[in-house]
Design a protein around this ligand. Structure first.
Ligand code: NAG
Ligand code: NAG
Length: 684
């Protein structure tokens, strides 16, 4: 107990010191966003391994009461030690539309996983070792973000995100000149190109007093970039992997649906470059039907309840029917209960204690993206300026590699069409194993990653982290025996010897973290821009463990100072204190006024008709289409229209039932975890 409090004080002292002083300003504007407590943080992490964290809901538009939630992680071991990593900010976005980036933070690339005691535990492959990483819930209404006015189109996503970035860099002015990367997954394959495009356009016509952003690269994982084209991959995918045969009684019907989709794609292709938004391209519901049908027609009636249906995020797995992947990944069931804890919401500095849902049906239904071309159209323009990595877990169905390759084959960028030499697959070797292959031409790389699903960083955290090495040039190029190239990356702890051995070294890895966390020497020369001197030098962590201990001793010597700063920092965080005391005194957890106000703006859900009775197949399709709001489907589906127009033929029965149910839940019992819904909500 005492031990823990001393640690707590130490950490507080360290963090207080770690906040860089703002020149000329009386206080540190970001201080009230500091995160210093989370369940399990001091029990499950060594002090040195606790990231420096900031989180909160930033107001980005007063008129619409739009606040974006962000959570920033910094590896304090990297501060001042490794300029390349220190001068890098990665923004991570999950998909949907309407799915929270807390999936990324707590199931994928973030430093934490959530155990079944609702505590944070370590993710050994966290990307915060590669740069400051910021998870943002967007658009408004998603996750812990809130707004009075939901948005519906992709250019708005970009506008609002640029506003968010302005506000964010006001809080962290020392980060403003960082090299900026965007990374994300699934429907973020639409968001990220639009945001990147917005940044590049802004850079070209800066207004007085504005500074450009140093956008360095995009990483899109299992992205939903060219919806209709990608849907054409489903039937061949199922067939190739033996998930369906031509003897299936529904084969004819599936072929017919597939051909309908092919016609749409042909139409899209025939005027791909005319710069217009065609209804048949932005409404992808006809093509999306293929996957719903396939999953419904391949149910294994003989399997036990939990294995009746193919998992659409990983074809090797099975799930209950009609979930077909919605119960996956297993750890998802811990995330919602974790984020719905009052204490956690206070720890994350929320001003609106919103009931967190993995995916918001309201946001998804509203976000029809009817007025903007799919993001595939933007890739050529972006690739002329910024490298794009499209990485793909090999075993995903929904945004599978074949679908991604099929739109790249047709795409013209950098003066040619597709990859001109598809035989030229580059092996990707990580930690002495081939983990995938790369096609790389004219600033677009396609990386197929073996043994991983729709959520690559969930399955292979360390491998996924090395994607940052690939995009920053921190890898070795070698010619293999067969004359092909291979790109070699290493785990963080691996110290490269001279020359690099081909075999994995016998010696056990050192216990302590090595000094050079990511061996950036090859690329640091090309990539280093100005290094802000404002990074907190007072906390620079010495390069050996002995020195670290010495400094810790030093900190103990100045413990009174630390205590003073701690005290001062609490005094300067009135909101935090108020929130804490409210939470401990109000046992019956009444929702606050602000929150009730917000609900009033969402009462449009009442307008949704009761779902029509459905057959088992329609239900499946509905569920899957509901899924579409999360992971990867453009939401511009007929099902969504059906709901809004009141023609509920085969609408999102289950999804709506669930989402509306959980919204109502939200109104009545904001803090009550709802049994089962953490599972039912589902996907990325
Ligand atoms: C690739 O991007 C760089 C900037 O990062 C740019 O200078 C170059 O022209 C691009 N290459 C192509 C083929 O577009
Ligand atoms: C452990 C495992 O499943 N390994 C597989 C990873 O992927 C490669 C390429 O598809 C397979 O050959 C391995 O068997």
């Amino acid at each position: 107990m005492l031990y823990l409090s001393i640690f707590t004080i130490l950490i507080h002292a360290l963090f207080s010191l770690a906040i860089p002083p703002k020149e000329g300003s009386d206080s540190t504007p970001n201080k009230k966003y500091l995160v210093t407590e989370l369940p399990g943080l001091y029990q499950n992490f060594k002090p040195n391994d606790i990231p420096l964290m900031f989180a909160g809901q930033l107001e980005i538009e007063a008129e619409t009461n739009t606040h974006y939630f962000f959570w920033k992680f910094t590896d304090t071991n990297n501060i001042d030690k490794n300029s390349q990593v220190t001068n890098r900010t990665i923004f991570w976005l999950n998909g949907g539309p309407g799915c929270s980036s807390m999936d990324g933070a707590l199931l994928e690339t973030g430093p934490f996983r959530i155990n079944d005691k609702k505590e944070v535990v370590n993710n050994g492959g966290s990307w915060h070792k590669m740069g400051h990483i910021v998870y943002v819930d967007q658009p408004g209404g998603t996750g812990f973000s809130f707004t009075d006015e939901l948005i519906s189109d992709l250019p708005q996503v970009s506008d609002y995100f640029l506003r968010f970035m302005e506000r964010y860099f006001e809080l962290f002015p020392e980060d403003r000149h960082h090299e900026i990367y965007f990374a994300g997954e699934s429907y973020a394959g639409q968001y990220i190109p639009y945001i990147a495009n917005g940044i590049l356009e802004r850079n070209e016509k800066l207004k007085d007093g504005e500074e450009g952003y140093d956008l360095k690269g995009l990483l899109i994982g299992n992205g939903w970039v060219s919806p209709n084209q990608q849907s054409l991959s489903y039937l061949p995918f199922f067939q190739k992997r033996g998930l369906i045969g031509t003897g299936n009684p529904k084969w004819g019907s599936l072929l017919a649906t597939h051909e309908e989709c092919q016609k749409i794609v042909n139409l899209v292709d025939s005027n791909f470059n005319d710069g217009q938004v065609h209804y048949y391209e932005v409404d992808s519901s006809k093509c999306e039907k293929i996957l719903g049908d396939l999953l419904a027609y391949t149910i294994d009636l003989n399997a036990d309840d939990n294995h009746k249906c193919v998992n659409m995020y990983d074809y090797r797995l099975r799930d209950s029917y009609p979930s077909c992947g919605m119960n996956w990944p297993n750890e998802l069931k811990n995330v919602a209960p974790f984020l719905r804890q009052n204490d956690v919401m206070h720890d994350l500095n929320l001003i609106d204690l919103k009931h967190w849902n993995e995916c918001s049906g309201k946001v998804g239904r509203h976000f029809t993206a009817r007025n903007s071309v799919p993001a595939v159209h933007l890739l050529p323009g972006i690739a002329a300026k910024v490298p794009i990595i499209l990485f793909n877990g090999d075993n995903d169905i929904i945004c599978n590699s074949e679908g991604v390759m099929s739109y790249l084959d047709k795409l013209e960028w950098g003066g040619s069409k597709g990859f001109t030499n598809k035989e030229n697959e580059i092996d990707w070797v990580y930690d002495f194993e081939k983990v995938g292959y790369i096609l790389q031409e004219r600033n677009i790389s396609f990386i197929n990653i073996f043994n991983s699903s729709h959520m690559v960083p969930y399955d292979l955290p360390e491998v996924s982290r090395a994607l940052m090495d690939l995009i920053t040039g921190n890898y070795e190029k070698r010619e293999a025996e067969n004359g092909k190239m291979k790109f070699i990356t290493y785990p963080l702890d691996y110290k490269k010897a001279e020359p690099v051995p081909e075999q994995k070294p016998e010696e056990s890895e050192p216990e302590e973290k090595p000094i050079e966390v990511s061996n950036p020497e090859e690329s640091s020369a090309t990539n280093s821009t100005e290094i802000p001197n404002s990074t907190p030098s007072s906390t620079s962590v010495p390069s050996t463990s002995k020195l670290t201990r010495l400094i810790q001793l030093g900190v103990i010597v100045i413990i009174f100072w630390g205590v003073y700063i701690l005290y001062a920092s609490y005094k300067s965080r009135p909101s935090s204190i108020i929130k804490k005391s409210t939470s401990s005194s109000s046992s019956n957890r009444k929702k606050n006024v602000q929150w009730a106000d917000q609900l009033d703006n969402f009462d449009d859900d009442d307008a949704f008709p009761q779902p029509a009775p459905q057959g088992i197949i329609a239900k499946t399709i509905s569920k899957l289409t509901g899924e579409s709001k999360k992971g990867r489907y453009a939401p511009a589906g007929e099902y969504i229209d059906d709901i809004e127009l009141g023609e509920g033929i085969s609408n999102n029965h289950n999804d709506d039932e669930f989402i509306i149910g959980s919204d109502i839940e939200e109104e009545q019992e904001p803090e009550q975890p709802v049994a089962g819904d953490a599972v039912g909500e589902g996907k990325k």
